[in-house]
Design a protein around this ligand. Structure first.
Ligand SMILES: *Cc1c(COP(=O)(O)O)cnc(C)c1O
Length: 484
């Protein structure tokens, strides 16, 4: 029954390949997303624990009938929500092979461990970040990569101040202070809270109209904290914010960080790979000066979830933060780098590198760069289409591949919507668009205004899809207006 070398496994594996191929081939012709049928939803919630086992082919039938018809929608070329990509086909196949091998990529002398070293180097090369052997690892996502990087930053700062944070914790130390902006992703705050730094010790530095951190304001915040006896230690910049895709000006921030002895961390979860598009590569100047960079191959590269990556300038800093292997034993490990579990939080680690390898190897650097450039070009085009429509309003410049805008229906002068009516309309708009099933956008709040946000990550998206998206936004707006 459970023998994977038997004929029933092979047959089920072939059937799985058919099922998955049919599924992927059918995505673009299906609704992007539909609310689940309440009975089907409840049936899933109430699934009883099976007492006896069932055949593999029965399980496949159930997957095909009950699970796969209700996807999140992110495989569809007109899915523009959050930052969730379509899966790279090569990554889908690799996922099955990785599960078949099922190693723990904690360390040792097996292919998965060495492949991870190689793909981490590839990722660093793709985004132009300096890479010493051992200076990074794959994680579940950027949230985890951020915890890893900020832990290293915390260790370095404590050590410089004469504290052993691993042995003594933070209790006796003066507060460590970090700097970010109002647009920094919430995972940074989560990491700071978990690491005992306290979110109150994070300063939101003033930003310019495009959301980029003001280096002069950063400098004066640091001075004020020093004067108050606190220890500034960290500045977090963004390579693509989640709301508008804005990229910080890294050079002047790196300059301040260097002079002040702060650790510069860059959140490139969504946007770091944008550097591959020659049209916008200049925005990333100075990214290579960061002490650490967190990014997500499971976003713009399309590596099937989950896959984040933490890159650091100095591998020793990471190892000193996490390793429980005494340093006199470390160099006896193969290659001198030791285990991945000495560089991060996880012990048993999944075989993520195979899907990264397959995804990058299938497209090559040039194919990936072309896919990225396609997305940024479409995003700029969408920005133009929005700007050209008097009933829509672009709310931020398009820097990478995110377009933030709102619906602003024209009416007779006495029927013009005021700001609070516009906010109510635009808050309701994303779900109204989603429910129609033709396109999927999500919402956000920008400078107090409710906004619709479209993120372009899928190389299969076309200009015709942009036209459908805007038609859907107009139709959903009209629906909401008549309902008022
Ligand atoms: C998605 C995202 C994160 C969080 O990454 P996860 O992979 O979801 O943990 C952080 N920052 C930005 C800018 C993001 O887009």
């Amino acid at each position: 029954m459970s023998d994977a070398s038997g004929p029933s496994f092979r047959e089920a594996a072939h059937a799985t390949a058919e099922l998955v191929s049919d599924y992927l081939a059918g995505v673009a012709g299906s609704p992007v997303w539909q609310p689940m049928d309440p009975a089907a939803r409840q049936a899933l919630l109430d699934l009883p624990l099976p007492g006896t086992g069932r055949e593999l082919d029965e399980l496949l039938t159930e997957m095909a009938g009950r699970i796969m018809p209700s996807p999140m929608g992110n495989g569809h070329p007109r899915f523009f929500g959050w930052v969730n990509s379509a899966p790279a086909p090569a990554g889908v196949l690799a996922t099955l092979a990785a599960a078949a091998m099922n190693p723990s990529s904690a360390g040792g002398d097996h292919a998965d461990v060495h492949l991870e070293r190689a793909v981490v180097r590839w990722i660093a090369e793709l985004v132009g970040f300096p890479h010493a052997p051992g200076a990074g690892l794959l994680t579940s996502g950027t949230s985890m990569a951020t915890i890893v990087c900020l832990a290293a930053a915390r260790s370095r700062a404590a050590e410089r101040a004469g504290w052993d944070v691993r042995a003594d914790g933070l209790a006796a130390m003066p507060p460590l202070v970090g700097y970010l902006t109002g647009e920094t992703h919430s995972c940074v705050r989560k990491a700071a809270e978990l690491l005992g730094l306290g979110s109150r010790q994070l300063r939101a530095v003033a930003a310019d109209a495009e959301g980029r951190m003001d280096p002069a304001a950063l400098r004066s915040e640091i001075a004020a904290d020093r004067a108050a006896g606190r220890l500034p230690f960290l500045v977090v910049a963004s390579a693509g914010t989640v709301n508008t895709g804005a990229v910080d000006a890294f050079e002047p921030i790196a300059e301040v960080a260097e002079q002040e002895g702060l650790w510069l961390h860059v959140d490139g979860a969504y946007g770091a790979f944008g550097v591959l598009d020659p049209e916008i590569a200049h925005r990333y100047a100075g990214l290579d000066r960061a002490d650490s960079l967190a990014l997500d191959p499971h976003k713009w590269l399309g590596v099937p979830v989950d896959c984040g990556c933490a890159l650091v300038r100095d591998p020793a800093q990471l190892r000193d933060t996490f390793s429980l292997v005494p340093s006199y034993l470390r160099d006896e490990e193969a290659g001198g780098l030791g285990w991945f579990s000495e560089y991060g939080t996880e012990q048993t680690r999944p075989f993520r590198s195979l899907k990264v390898w397959a995804t990058i190897a299938h497209r090559g650097r040039d194919g990936i760069a072309a896919d990225i450039a396609h997305c940024t070009r479409l995003a700029r085009r969408l920005g133009e289409l929005v700007a050209a429509d008097p009933q829509l309003e672009l709310l931020a410049p398009v820097e990478t591949s995110i377009v933030a805008f709102r619906s602003r229906p024209a009416g007779l002068a006495e029927h013009q919507l005021n700001e609070s009516q516009l906010n109510a309309l635009n808050r309701a708009l994303p779900l109204a668009v989603q429910r129609r099933g033709e396109a999927f956008v999500t919402g956000t709040v920008l400078g107090g205004r409710e906004a619709v946000r479209a993120c372009l990550l899928n190389a299969a998206t076309t200009e015709a899809d942009l036209a459908v998206l805007l038609d859907e936004v107009r139709s959903a707006t009209a629906e909401l207006m008549t309902r008022q």
